[in-house]
Design a protein around this ligand. Structure first.
Ligand SMILES: [Fe+2]
Length: 389
């Protein structure tokens, strides 16, 4: 198992008051507890043990092999101070967009225009009407001496939810037609899309220009040369975060996620572990009251029970979009969270920490869910990592 197993302890159910949760954590010699809460649903109080976690490349490589998450506490803490000005600029950018400012208009002003104009030409900005979460997509060409060297790169700003009181948003960088092009096959444009991220969010260098991290990741992945591609910059806001999901995409091996402002709470485990725990939880009759409360519709509850019995069926159901009973179990069931946290699948990621999320294939990947823990928006870098020849 990973060295971080049981580093985070389940303290109390979500109805517990902050004062009570503090008392329980103190009695157990734990750090101050935090409430996992997203879009109005509270899932439980957790707290960190006081001992520091050790970082070990061999254990990280083993975790990667098994598709477990692995954390590197404080790995990039010493990089934050020199990037603080860029981080502050990005937080202010995020706030302006959350308040309704146009992304393209902001990108045409200082400091963005000065950092992009030499290497990139803005082509257009638009909003995809078929994508309700999209805020704006801004397209660029990469240019060198007036010649286009990388066509149709884009930065897509999107909300993470439809909730009015959750301002969480992200900027994703890639190129070409979403879903139609094999981005992994075009290393050159992947490179220019990564450069565009650096120009707009220079704090990207916390991951991408970091020799210590590069050498650590070479050991973890067992490769000589690697590249950070398909980059996303996240701003998780109070009451926000991400539902349980995976980030599998052809052509990359997994994700390096660095928290650079604020902190986030996580549950993360391999898909295979998640399937095990769903089967154990749903088949345990002690959990019947929790399941009936979660799924008052008997058809939905019956579907969850039926499909959970068969490992292969459950495996495929996790990959489907229309799987509401399962989605509710994974995102709205406090008792299931208590169960998963008890298994050691919870993490607290502070500014300066990294979490590694292997994403090798649909069946071999780390599933994860994220919670904002602060009363202000945080910032994090989520970069895919790939082997290059
Ligand atoms: Fe993710």
């Amino acid at each position: 198992m990973q060295s971080s197993t049981n580093h985070i302890v389940y303290v109390a159910s979500p109805e517990t008051t902050e004062a009570q949760a503090n008392n329980i954590a103190q009695l157990q010699g734990l750090n101050t507890p935090v409430l996992l809460k997203r879009r109005g649903t509270s899932l439980g109080w957790i707290a960190e043990r006081k001992e520091q976690l050790q970082i070990n490349a061999e254990a990280a490589a083993q975790a990667w092999h098994n598709s477990y998450a692995y954390t590197l506490p404080g790995f990039v803490t010493d990089k934050l101070a020199s990037q603080q000005q860029h981080i502050d600029q990005s937080l202010s950018l995020m706030e302006q967009i959350a308040e309704g400012a146009e992304v393209a208009e902001l990108f045409e002003q200082t400091p963005y225009i000065g950092r992009t104009s030499e290497q990139f030409e803005m082509l257009a900005s638009f909003q995809d009407e078929g994508d309700d979460q999209e805020i704006e997509t801004i397209e660029y060409d990469a240019v060198e001496a007036d010649e286009v060297v990388g066509e149709n790169l884009w930065c897509k700003a999107s909300w993470l939810s439809f909730e009015e009181d959750d301002a969480s948003l992200r900027f994703r960088f890639s190129f070409g037609m979403v879903g139609y092009e094999d981005v992994a096959a075009d290393l050159k444009r992947q490179h220019y899309a990564a450069q565009l991220t650096e120009a707009i969010f220079p704090e990207s260098s916390i991951i991408s220009n970091n020799p210590a991290l590069e050498s650590f990741m070479q050991k973890v992945l067992g490769v000589e040369k690697l590249s950070y591609v398909e980059r996303i910059v996240y701003f998780n806001s109070p009451n926000g975060g991400a539902q349980f999901h995976q980030d599998v995409e052809r052509g990359h091996l997994g994700v390096v996620f660095a928290q650079i402002h604020g902190r986030t709470g996580w549950l993360a485990c391999s898909k295979s572990q998640l399937i095990d725990e769903i089967q154990i939880f749903v088949s345990n009759t002690d959990n019947e009251p929790a399941l009936v409360k979660l799924l008052p519709d008997t058809h939905a509850l019956e579907e969850l029970k039926q499909k959970s019995q068969d490992r292969e069926l459950l495996n495929n159901w996790l990959d489907q979009r229309d799987n509401e009973p399962l989605e509710l179990l994974l995102n709205r069931c406090p008792e299931f969270y208590c169960h998963l946290i008890g298994k050691g699948f919870a993490y607290l990621i502070n500014a300066g920490d990294i979490i590694l999320l292997p994403q090798k294939s649909l069946d071999e990947c780390a599933w994860h869910t994220v919670f904002c823990l602060d009363n202000f928006p945080g910032e994090s870098l989520s970069f895919a990592v790939r082997n290059i020849e």
